[in-house]
Design a protein around this ligand. Structure first.
Ligand code: DWN
Ligand code: SAH
Length: 406
C-alpha cells in the first residue's frame, strides 16, 4: 500500500489510467523504441485529504533543457499574470525595493511585470530552455530545482523575500515538506505567499481527468493545503477561485498569526465537505465518470470517422497525453495535432505517436472537426477561429461533457 506524501497515512489507489508516457515528451521517430512509460495511478489520503498520483517519474525526466511548455504561448495567460502581479504590487509589496521570488517562473510570463516595475525579483526555474527565454526577457532567473537547501543559499545571497509566488508549480513537486520549509526560511516575517494550481473541486465537478498526468503529483483542495501548511506552522489566510486551466484556486498564506483569516477559507472548507472531497465514495464516482467520458469520446470520434470526415487535434497540451492514451486514440482517428509551439512541431505525441504539426497546417486547410485539447484557452481560441466555424468546421469538446459544439 502506498503512503501519503504529506501525512504518511497508507491509502488505496482508487483509479489507474494504465501505462502513460511523459506528458510533455514529444518525440522523433528515432526515439520511439526508448520511450519511457509508467503506471498512472491516483489515490486519496483519508487523513489529510490530499489527492496524489502514486508514482511520479524522476524530475529530470520531465523538467530539463528541452521542456516543451512555454507559458507565454497564450495571450490570455499573459494578461492573467499581469493582473496577478498588479494585485501583489498593490496589496502586498511594502515598497518599491521589495523582493519577489517566483517558483517555476518558466519564460518569465509573470516576473517580467515585476522586472519592468523595477522590483528586485528572482525566478527559480529548473528547465534550462524556458529559463533562458526568461533571462532574454530581462527576468533574473536561476536554473535550479527549489527545495530547503536552495532556500538557504538564496537567503544568504539575496536576503529574505516580501512575496513568494507560484502558479501551476506547487502541485508538480512531490517533496512538498522541503518546499514549505524552504518558503518559511525565505519569507520575511510579514511576507506573503501566493500560489495557484488546478483545483480538485473543479476536476471532480467537470470530470476534467486530463489534469492528472506525470507532472501533476497532486490535486490540491483548501482542505489539503491548509493541512500541509499547518504542519509547518504557517497559516492559510485566504483563497480565491480562478478561471484559468479549467478552474484553479489561489492560496494566500502567511507565517502563523501574522494576518487575519478571511471568511472565504471557512466557506470553501464547507463547500468541499458538501462536494464530498473527504469521502472515498466521491472518488469512485469520479472514476465511473472518467470511464463514461472515455466511452463517449471514443464513440463520437469513431462515428465521425465512419462518415468519412477528418478530425485534427487542436493544441498538443500536456493534458491531451492522458486523454489520448487512456482513451486509446490513434492516428486512425486524429490525422494530426496542431500547436503553435516550435519545439513540439514536426514531432510525435507521447505514447500514441500522432504527428504534431505547425498551426498553419490547420489554418491553411481546415479539417471537418477539431478536438479542442486546450479547452482552458477556449475563449481566446474561439475568438481567433471564427473562419474555421464559418467554413463549416465543428469543435469537439470533452470538458465538462463530450459533445460537438453546435
Ligand atoms: O501545469 C502546467 C500548465 C501550466 O501548463 C504544466 N504542467 C504544463 C502545461 O500544461 P498544458 O500543456 O496542458 O497547458 P496549456 O496552457 O493548456 O497548453 C497550451 C498548448 O496549446 C501549448 O502547447 C500552446 C498551444 N496553443 C495553441 O496551439 N494555440 C495555445 C493557444 C492559446 C493557441 O491558440
Ligand atoms: N508558472 C508557469 C509554468 C508552469 S509549468 C505557468 O503557470 O505557466 C511548471 C514549471 O515548474 C515548469 O517550468 C518547471 O520547469 C517548473 N518546476 C518543476 N519543478 C520545480 C521545482 N522543484 N522548483 C522550481 N520550479 C520547478
Amino acid at each position: 500500500m502506498p503512503s501519503c506524501r504529506i501525512c504518511k497515512t497508507n491509502y488505496d489507489p482508487f483509479l489507474s489510467f494504465g501505462n502513460m508516457p511523459i506528458a510533455n515528451g514529444f518525440l522523433t521517430k528515432e526515439q520511439f523504441d526508448a520511450e519511457y512509460f509508467f503506471e498512472l495511478q491516483v489515490g486519496f489520503c483519508p487523513e489529510c485529504k490530499m489527492v496524489q498520483i502514486v508514482n511520479q517519474p524522476n524530475r529530470e525526466m520531465m523538467f530539463h533543457e528541452n521542456y516543451a511548455f512555454y507559458s507565454s504561448t497564450s495571450q490570455n495567460m499573459k494578461l492573467h499574470f499581469k493582473q496577478f502581479a498588479e494585485t501583489v504590487m498593490k496589496k502586498y509589496l511594502p515598497s518599491e525595493k521589495s523582493f519577489v521570488v517566483e517558483l517555476g517562473s518558466n519564460d518569465g510570463i509573470m516576473l517580467k511585470n515585476f522586472a519592468s516595475a523595477g522590483h528586485k525579483h528572482l525566478g527559480i526555474e529548473p528547465s534550462a530552455n524556458v529559463a533562458k527565454a526568461a533571462i532574454e526577457n530581462g527576468v533574473n532567473t536561476i536554473c535550479e530545482f527549489f527545495d530547503e537547501d536552495l532556500a538557504h543559499k538564496i537567503v544568504n545571497e539575496y536576503g529574505q523575500a516580501d512575496a513568494f509566488l507560484g502558479a501551476n508549480v506547487m502541485c508538480h513537486i512531490p517533496y512538498l515538506h522541503s518546499i514549505v520549509e524552504g518558503i518559511k526560511l525565505l519569507l520575511k516575517p510579514e511576507g506573503i505567499v501566493m500560489f495557484e494550481d488546478p483545483y480538485l473541486g473543479d476536476v471532480i465537478e467537470k470530470t476534467s481527468y486530463d489534469q492528472i498526468y506525470d507532472e501533476h503529483a497532486f490535486l490540491f483542495s483548501v482542505h489539503s493545503i491548509q493541512y500541509l501548511f499547518n504542519m509547518h506552522n504557517m497559516e492559510l489566510v485566504d483563497v480565491e477561485p480562478q478561471e484559468t486551466h479549467g478552474g484553479s484556486m489561489r492560496y494566500i498564506i502567511g507565517h502563523k498569526e501574522k494576518r487575519s483569516v478571511s471568511s472565504n477559507v471557512q466557506k470553501y472548507l464547507e463547500k468541499e465537505k458538501n462536494l464530498g472531497i473527504g469521502s472515498i465514495g466521491t472518488y469512485y464516482m469520479f472514476k465511473n465518470n472518467c470511464e463514461k467520458f472515455k466511452h463517449d469520446l471514443v464513440n463520437l470520434l469513431n462515428d465521425i470517422k465512419k462518415d468519412g470526415k477528418s478530425i485534427a487535434g487542436y493544441a498538443a497540451t500536456s493534458k491531451s497525453t492522458t486523454i489520448i492514451n487512456y482513451c486509446g486514440i490513434t492516428a486512425d482517428q486524429l490525422d494530426y495535432i496542431c500547436d503553435t509551439t516550435p519545439i513540439k512541431q514536426n514531432k510525435f505525441s507521447p505514447g500514441a505517436h500522432i504527428p504534431v504539426k505547425a498551426y498553419e497546417n490547420f489554418s491553411n486547410s481546415y479539417p471537418d472537426y477539431a478536438l479542442l485539447f486546450a479547452y482552458n484557452h477556449m475563449e481566446e481560441i474561439m475568438k481567433k477561429e471564427t473562419r474555421f466555424v464559418d467554413q463549416g468546421g465543428k469543435w469537439i469538446l470533452y470538458v465538462p461533457e463530450v459533445k460537438v459544439l453546435q
